[in-house]
Design a protein around this ligand. Structure first.
Ligand SMILES: Cc1ncc(COP(=O)(O)O)c(C=O)c1O
Length: 416
């Protein structure tokens, strides 16, 4: 039986997989079973930010694998201690909790926010405001937080206490906080506001700087914790180690995952001196979280990505990439928007839904397939948005090659 049949017959069909079997990767290039090469502009969904099989990460993993892989969090291990101290040193945080994925990191953040007020004796302060079009993961708490109906569908009753408001709309947010405040005492039943500084799955939608600053102030004025989900935006993806640095707005809690392990499963919840008080012995845990093996990879990732020169190059390459895409936008009317920060970039296609009678009927999934046929891996989200999240080590000439490929595909589409 081939890999397609073995997979489809034995794995629950929750993914619309592309008919490709990848067998190896090096840097920004992946190879399939037939030895075809592809330049990877997705990086395992913003995960392999240092490219595939980076020699330093591979060495760290193999050295650690031959020493110690797992002992549980009932004991101390050197890699975990080292990684935690690096994250604390390089962020606003005072303490870290390690999990195994993004959703789990968000679970930890949600639990921490609620328990922070429980410990303070305010049990009625448990509601969390999150944003429409947000994505926070697939566990029950994370999907309850997620502001997309299609992700929550079929799982009712979802977790109580989540309210979704439009993103980048401070009026709606203020109104929501007001509506959830006691009119006599003024005290709010909202324990946290949770958002992605740049909505990734929602379409690469950037928070307005003024908006984020106002959200911070709203939290301060109403004793609300601010949670940033930086699972996609963190670890250099947006041109800074963490996207909050670009905005100069500091959260109380931040979650990381994806690129932190460059492909090894790790999540982290970072908490400020104040918010960390929500957890004490026994309030949360994870058998695998921050095991020596994954932590050893993450140490190398943090070391490489936090280098200011590396980050500055990411910003330059991101700007270059956007400029090239803007040139395509000049050429093709059906390109509605180009958005991005650092190397998290999207290209939105006009659809017939946009009420443009003469809009060309272009399907983003078809463009993804055509790119694949020409040796490029990109991704479509929300039906009409192409998302680019290449390894941060992508070169300008690789960006040029993709842009030439897109130009060819768009020219064909606009003729048909
Ligand atoms: C912003 C954000 N939060 C949470 C998640 C969930 O992470 P995971 O799939 O590792 O659980 C994702 C994954 O795409 C994400 O982009």
């Amino acid at each position: 039986m081939d890999t397609f049949s073995k997979t489809d017959q034995n794995i629950i069909n929750t993914y619309a997989r592309v008919q490709k079997v990848f067998v190896s990767g090096k840097g920004c290039v992946l190879k399939d079973e037939d030895n075809n090469s592809y330049i990877d502009f997705l990086a395992g969904i913003a995960v392999c930010s240092l490219g595939h099989c980076h020699p330093k990460i591979t060495k760290a993993i193999s050295d650690q694998a031959s020493k110690l892989v797992h002992v549980s969090n009932l004991f101390y291990t050197q890699p975990q201690a080292e990684l935690a101290s690096m994250l604390v040193e390089k962020s606003f945080a005072d303490k870290v909790f390690f999990a195994n994925s993004g959703a789990e990191a968000n679970e930890a953040a949600i639990k921490l926010a609620r328990r922070y007020f429980y410990i303070k004796g305010d049990k009625s302060k448990f509601k969390i405001i999150t944003m429409e079009k947000s994505f926070h993961g697939r566990t029950m708490a994370a999907l309850s937080a997620t502001g997309q109906e299609k992700i929550r569908q079929g799982f009712d009753p979802v977790l109580e206490g989540f309210i979704h408001v439009p993103f980048n709309d401070i009026k709606s947010l203020k109104k929501c906080v007001e509506q959830n405040s006691d009119s006599d005492s003024g005290s709010s039943s909202i324990c946290a506001i949770m958002l992605e500084p740049v909505q990734g799955e929602g379409g690469v939608i950037l928070a307005d700087p003024d908006y984020l600053q106002s959200v911070r102030k709203l939290c301060d004025d109403n004793d609300i914790l601010l949670i940033f989900d930086e699972i996609q935006t963190g670890m250099g993806r947006c041109g800074r180690l963490f996207a909050y640095e670009e905005y100069d707005v500091i959260p109380d809690i931040m979650t990381l995952a994806k690129a932190l392990g460059n492909g090894l499963p790790i999540g982290a919840m970072l908490a400020s001196k104040k918010s960390k008080q929500g957890f004490d012995f026994g309030s949360h845990g994870s058998t695998f979280g921050g095991s020596p093996l994954v932590a050893s990879a993450a140490i190398e990732v943090v070391r490489i990505i936090s280098n200011p020169d590396f980050l500055s190059e990411c910003r330059q390459k991101g700007e270059y990439f956007k400029q090239q895409l803007f040139m395509l936008k000049e050429k093709y009317d059906f390109i509605k928007d180009i958005r991005g920060m650092g190397l998290l970039i999207s290209l939105e296609i006009e659809t017939k839904k946009d009420n443009k009678i003469d809009a060309v009927d272009i399907d983003a999934d078809r463009i993804v397939q055509e790119c694949m046929g020409k040796g490029f891996i990109i991704n479509a989200i929300q039906g009409n948005i192409l998302r680019f999240a290449p390894p941060l080590i992508i070169e300008e000439n690789e960006i040029d090659k993709l842009v030439i490929c897109l130009d060819g595909i768009f020219a064909k589409e606009s003729r048909s």
